[in-house]
Design a protein around this ligand. Structure first.
Ligand code: MG
Length: 479
């Protein structure tokens, strides 16, 4: 009898242990790593959001994102035009390191044979190795041939246009006139689903809405398994407000700022949809933290007048290494655990996103290559300052300017997209204090030769670390 009692007790203990083990395994399977969403606008200027001071463009969702999270006022891109800027964001490396910038062809075109080399590790490839599901939605512009598409670079899926929305133009006329006529068929632009063309020409009037629906669907599907869901990374790269400008009927004439304001209003609506989806999905998976980062690939295309944006008080725009070309309106937000909210005046860059995501999941970046990014997670979490103290401004393959702390020295300058403008070399370099003079109006080079010397040394040290590689932008299909 006593033996039977003992056996029963042992069986109960075994059952209890098995139940405990199952419950532990189930807890371990819960999503413990955060989700990441990068929303990347195209040619949006520093002054184009209401939270960055625009008086007639209204961006309530981005304003909310910046107010609840962080508004970054010194956030830079890796280059002042599309292709190299995107290469920098996705790899954490300056485009000069992987051949994704050129003095001859500044971006990739439909007849380009090159693209982001397969040896590069994108954020998607990095996170996929850590168990993430990944989606690219929107403009790619890192190579449209199969070897270079998002699905060859760590993304599980792709939905978007492979290069800029003004390419493949088949009708004569200006990008302004064609946009005003809503003539999207003037651009024989393909919309791709993974590696196949799903629509051509793509109806650009509905493109922002469709990218948004795709992102929202992905968020809901990704979190459908609740705590069992795999973490995700979404790269949502809107192809607007790059000219030609298109918006859906709902946003037509919605803004005091005309067609440009309408386009920004639709992108802002899109941000609101993404934030709402993150909040809703979070109810199914309350342990899953999601970080959302909004910025732009380069400054406003100023030669397009009211169809181009504004860099606010910053000098110049797209294609230039003045601040207006490379400093972008940036907001970071997280849910359900909020970021340390406020205005961040320290430096950050799209180059920092890969190392920052690595930091937030407790991983290190690969050690087999040079990274130009820093882990900004201490700033996001409010535990420390930004490790970024300098910024290198490339124009094509040439280092034009360097920022160190508040000082920026220009070795060369050039205003792009204006006919007849030549590159000017400066010796001594132009020097500006970006804290006192964010508009770069007052050259203080003669008062600070010692600062110029320090920045020259920094530039020299940087140049020594750059190795020549095959250029990807100059290769053409017909060659
Ligand atoms: Mg751009």
């Amino acid at each position: 009898m006593q033996t039977l009692h003992l056996r029963l007790k042992q069986s109960c203990l075994a059952l209890f242990s098995a139940a405990l083990l199952l419950s532990t395994n189930s807890t371990q399977a819960a999503q413990t790593q955060p989700n990441f969403i990068v929303i990347f606008a195209d040619d949006l200027g520093y002054g184009d959001l209401s939270c960055f001071g625009h008086p007639t463009i209204s961006t309530p969702n981005l304003d909310q994102m910046a107010a609840e999270g962080q508004k970054w006022t010194n956030f830079y891109v890796a280059a002042c035009v599309c292709t190299p800027s995107r290469a920098g964001l996705l790899t954490g490396r300056l485009p000069i390191r992987n051949g994704m910038c050129s003095d001859n062809r500044r971006v990739l075109f439909p007849n380009s044979a090159g693209g982001l080399p397969p040896s590069e590790i994108t954020i998607a490839k990095f996170l996929k190795q850590k168990g993430y599901q990944t989606a690219a939605i929107g403009k790619w512009h890192l190579g449209h041939l199969p070897a270079y598409l998002p699905t060859s670079h760590g993304f599980d899926s792709y939905y978007g246009i492979p290069y800029s929305n003004d390419m493949d133009r088949i009708v004569k006329g200006s990008n302004i006139d064609l946009a005003n006529q809503e003539d999207y068929k003037a651009y024989d632009l393909p919309l791709m689903r993974n590696t196949e063309v799903s629509e051509r020409p793509v109806d650009q009037r509905t493109i922002t809405r469709r990218y948004t629906e795709e992102a929202v669907k992905f968020i809901h599907q990704a979190q459908a398994k609740g705590d069992q869901a795999k973490p995700y990374f979404i790269y949502l790269a809107h192809n607007l407000p790059h000219v030609p400008l298109f918006r859906s009927a709902k946003f037509k004439d919605s803004s005091l700022a005309g067609i440009y304001g309408d386009v920004i209003a639709e992108i802002d609506w899109s941000v609101g949809q993404v934030m709402a989806a993150v909040k809703e999905a979070s109810e199914k998976s309350p342990q899953a933290q999601t970080y959302v980062i909004f910025t732009s690939d380069n400054g406003p295309w100023l030669t397009y007048k009211t169809h181009g944006g504004s860099a606010g008080l910053l000098r110049d725009g797209k294609g230039s290494t003045w601040e207006g070309g490379m400093r972008e309106p940036t907001a970071m937000w997280a849910w359900p655990k909020q970021l340390k909210s406020g205005v961040v005046q320290q430096m950050g860059s799209t180059l920092d996103l890969l190392p920052t995501f690595a930091g937030l999941i407790g991983e290190k970046v690969p050690s087999d290559r040079i990274y130009d990014g820093y882990d900004l997670s201490p700033v996001l979490l409010g535990t420390g300052p930004s490790p970024r103290k300098e910024m290198f401004y490339y124009h094509g393959e040439q280092l034009f300017a360097v920022r160190s702390g508040q000082y920026k020295a220009h070795f060369k300058t050039k205003t792009s997209y204006v006919k007849g403008q030549k590159m000017v070399e400066h010796n001594p370099p132009l020097l500006y204090h970006l804290g006192h003079d964010p508009s770069e109006k007052h050259n203080i080079a003669k008062d600070h030769p010692e600062i110029i010397e320090q920045i020259k040394q920094l530039a020299e040290q940087h140049r020594k670390g750059i190795k020549p590689v095959e250029n990807q932008l100059t290769k053409k299909i017909e060659d």
